[in-house]
Design a protein around this ligand. Sequence first.
Ligand SMILES: [Zn+2]
Length: 401
Amino acid sequence: MTSCRLCGSADLVGVVDLGATPPCELFLTAEQLDEPELTYPLHLRVCTSCWLAQIPPLITPEETFTEYAYFASYSASWVEHARKFVDSAVERLKPSFVAEVASNDGYLLQHVVERGIRCLGIEPSANVGQAAKEKGVPTLTAFLTPQTGAAVRAEHGPADLVVANNVYAHIPDVVGFTEGLRALVADDGWVSIEVQHLLTLMELNQYDTIYHEHFQYYTVASAQRALASGGLTLVDVELLPTHGGSIRLWARPSGSPSDRVLDVLAREKAAGLHDLSGYAGFADRVARVRRDLLRFLIDAADEGRTVVGYGAPGKGNTLLNHCGIRQDLLAYTVDRNPYKHGRFTPGTRIPIVAPERIAQDRPDYVLVLPWNLREELTAQLSYVHEWGGRLVFPIPHLEVV
Ligand SMILES: [Zn+2]
């Protein structure tokens, strides 16, 4: 990678190099276990001009998202999060047309449909978008580009509210995508974007959220520049606990930043993320997380204790691959998504089975890979304690509960 995708600067500095791993959503079928598997470097760098943290765009979104394994509705807490957002946004903004980019399986827009408000989802994965249509959510199978945005505007009119959650990191063409948002939104409308916050990623060692689908990692400062590149102004920001720490950016075609924006910018500056100081030392902390987890798993194996995984999220695959964990250390992992059952984790080839297996096998430890859903999963997995089993959280540092 020779230049920054946002500002074009050639001054990119390495933050952490996680080695080479396969794409994290490419779960293998049994037949594929005998086939070669491609891996791609996973090296996070930060631009010292605009401070956008980024990885090289080695896998195109077209390769990843044409048939996608992620269905948002499998997370009850995520659906509830979306419902609360719709409730408050509709109350406050009273939109008559809502557009959502990367609308997935209709987990969010279903709440807009329920309220009788006109909406349109724009979702590139046909298999995921089909699930939305079955819920009664109008869905266009497309990637957002300036052209798609203009075509939707021409056909449906400008949107009073454009929602783009968990997608702003997934698009290598940040500028084109932002221009697409600008094309969708009315001149006096609102764009609401949720994306992981680099501040919490760095502070809480969430290095496993670095994977090939996430091309860039935002501070509010770099997000502000990215929005401006496509003609949008950041006017407000909320800090959210989702995904271990996210920002909800509120942008408009014109306006000025609120005090909350200035406050978060000041926190980022204090954390050293607007210069190189905050990025130094991150690679050492990542190495520590890896050693602690491996030590725990090796000791458990030596003591004859059983360890199984919970969840097969994308981030789990960064962690498993970076740590070099194979089936001798983690017998299997379970997932609620039936699409993944009978498949194997990319690279590490750990079998994925249905969650019921845990109660049957009564393992000594359950390693929780989607640690961001800690509260939800601690409640869901409370039955593990019935046989003296314990939950293990690898991030921000190893904890056995
Ligand atoms: Zn830059």
